[in-house]
Ligand binder design. Sequence first.
Ligand code: ZN
Length: 175
Amino acid sequence: MRRVKVGQRLKVKLPHSEVCMHMRVADQVMEVEILAEAVQLYKDGQKFSGPILLGEAGVYVKYVTGRIGRVRELWADVEEVIDYRSIGVGESSDWYYLRCGCQLFVSQPGWNVQSTDISVFCEEMQRLHQEYADVALKNIRAAFPQARAIDEHAGVPKEFLDAEEADRKAKGWVA
Ligand SMILES: [Zn+2]
């Protein structure tokens, strides 16, 4: 299960709900668009029938109370994210779903790539984290290049990373 957002296009495995059974799409992997209260199915790029309710398409609603209050989260059995950038990358603190398989939280401002207990890292990202840990445990300031490699993998803009690096140099930190 992955967290999904309104406006996102993705491929999900449809459940054996009454509506999906009736439309003969139960257990099929289909392209969908998440709407506020419903899901639009697509077949060969064309709208398939009218929108169906979230639950009927296997999208679960979960309410989580966090630091900013009660948040409505949508979760689905995602097979493939067609357009992860539709989930507000760079605009606010949010989950990133990368094509390589990484699922990570990036907090703004500052582009902090967070590891949480539900983060998922692809093999390459795991290797980058290991390289970072190997250096940082001995000398955290020597691990700036490794930290940068992690940020680059997560899609943090080059301009931001360059500015950060220039700032460190100005402060006289060894990179
Ligand atoms: Zn990755």
